[in-house]
Design a protein around this ligand. Structure first.
Ligand code: AMO
Length: 428
């Protein structure tokens, strides 16, 4: 028998009763009862019971749990509670044995700590809770792509190996590039802005790199960012886009991923819309009234954001930050040049996204670069595109991994990333 499946387990229907099928999957459980053996077979779609009798049972040697097998047999009704159907086996091929002891228990009966699971991530993916997280992540990505396409954003892929920093000098990984120094992109910032001159509305979903020595549940050295940039939009417009995207992700997964929610043990609650929009100045007032010593121009510390987050649970925008706290590409407010047209999307204390209206005047941009201690010459390639009819534009970047943690109700991004990279983790 070959290893070609005729059906996934979830594709078994009552119409197939009495018919022959070939299934493929992993042995989750195996019970020998004298003349019969009951096997629980799991594939990506579900579990089925395999009944082995007669000669086949006599010939059945030792098969370890978690070995991968191909089973040819006849579909029949079952009395067993946990299964819709069972298969009366005609042939069983062990395609590859699992060598015991296994480093983590894929059934999850014996719990392993996160480091042990991450060190054996491929096997951890046979744990249904882990698999459900990544199935959910797939649905989130599908929903984001659909909503952005519906809103006429065009998906782009920008380079990850770059010649100069896009977000300023800090937190950059550098590498040897044919005798030159190259860097890993921290964001698609400059490229996505440039693309508005021809495509108007663009988005990218890719991994980016930050050499931050942070050891928290929300920082990674490699993270997935969802980025948009849109010509002829103001920061309020792109906040609307962000809000509708988050709402769609929540609605879509809460409706389409019932099984995953059940397995994970968390119900996705669709948040209330519209999200509150509070200003930095308002946040300062709230902090002061709680006895915090903060002045205009101070960045908000984690402890501050925890207070603000408690006052505004769930999603909210924190907008109009002081210019001096913002990157060089952010534009000021006409009515108060000390304030910027910028925002963060918060989930309680957690920053999920930041963005704003961009400067699109080259001279102002050059001045801003210098003010921030950056050399305009290093940005020559970028700056020249502003001489080719750069439209006013706005955009944002959102950490997908962080969004996933809000959806699942956990506080460690490592749970939602296949092979996380942080200062202590480069393998596997
Ligand atoms: P910023 O640096 O705020 O903005 O990043 C945007 C969002 O990306 C996520 N993020 C991270 N997630 C995990 N680990 C990290 N080390 C990490 N760093 C950032 C966060 C954050 O809110 N170019 C701008 C965006 C823009 O203006 O369009 C930028 O990169 O969720």
């Amino acid at each position: 028998m070959g290893f070609v499946k005729t059906h996934d387990i979830s594709e078994l229907t009552s119409e197939l009763i009495g018919k022959e099928v070939v299934l493929g999957g992993w042995i989750e459980d195996l019970r020998k009862l004298g003349k019969m053996t009951f096997i629980t077979l799991r594939d990506v779609s579900g579990i089925s019971q395999i009944i082995v009798k007669g000669e086949l049972n006599d010939q059945l040697g030792e098969i370890n749990r978690q070995s991968v097998v191909s089973v040819k047999g006849i579909v029949q009704d079952t009395k067993a509670r946990d299964f819709d159907f069972e298969i009366k086996a005609e042939e069983i091929d062990v395609l590859a044995k699992a060598i015991h002891p296994l480093p983590v228990d894929p059934i999850g009966r014996v719990e392993s700590n996160i480091d042990t699971r991450l060190n054996h991530r491929a096997l951890d993916m046979r744990n249904q809770k882990t698999a459900s997280i990544f199935k959910l992540r797939h649905h989130v990505l599908a929903s984001l792509r659909k909503t952005l396409s519906d809103k006429k954003f065009i998906e782009i892929t920008t380079p990850k190996i770059i010649g100069s920093a896009s977000e300023g000098g800090a937190d950059l990984f550098s590498l040897e590039y044919f005798g030159k120094t190259a860097y890993l992109a921290q964001s698609p910032q400059l490229y996505k802005e440039q693309m508005t001159i021809g495509l108007e509305r663009v988005f990218e979903i890719s991994n980016f790199y930050r050499a931050e020595k942070s050891h928290t549940g929300r920082h990674l050295s490699e993270f997935t960012s969802v980025d948009i940039e849109a010509a002829f939009m103001d920061y309020n417009d792109v906040m609307d886009v962000l809000e509708s995207l988050v709402m769609e992700v929540y609605k879509h997964t809460s409706e389409s991923c019932k099984k995953e929610q059940e397995t994970i043990g968390h119900t996705i609650e669709v948040p209330k819309s519209p999200f509150e929009r509070i200003t930095y100045t308002q946040a300062l007032e709230e902090l002061k009234s709680e006895g915090e010593k903060v002045e205009f121009g101070d960045d908000l510390l984690d402890s501050h954001l925890r207070i603000i987050g408690q006052n505004h649970p769930g999603f909210f925008f924190l907008m109009d930050w002081p210019m001096k706290l913002k990157p060089f590409y952010i534009r000021e407010k006409d009515e108060d040049p000390e304030l910027s047209r910028s925002f963060d999307l918060q989930y309680g204390y957690l920053e999920l996204s930041s963005g704003g209206t961009r400067l699109h005047n080259t001279d102002v941009l050059k001045t801003r670069l210098k003010e921030q201690g950056l050399d305009p010459a290093a940005f020559a390639d970028h700056l020249q595109t502003f001489d080719w009819g750069m439209p006013p534009h706005s955009g944002w970047g959102m950490g997908l991994d962080r969004l996933m943690t809000t959806l699942i109700g956990i506080d460690n991004v490592r749970e939602v990333v296949l092979y996380p990279r942080d200062p202590d983790r480069l393998k596997p």
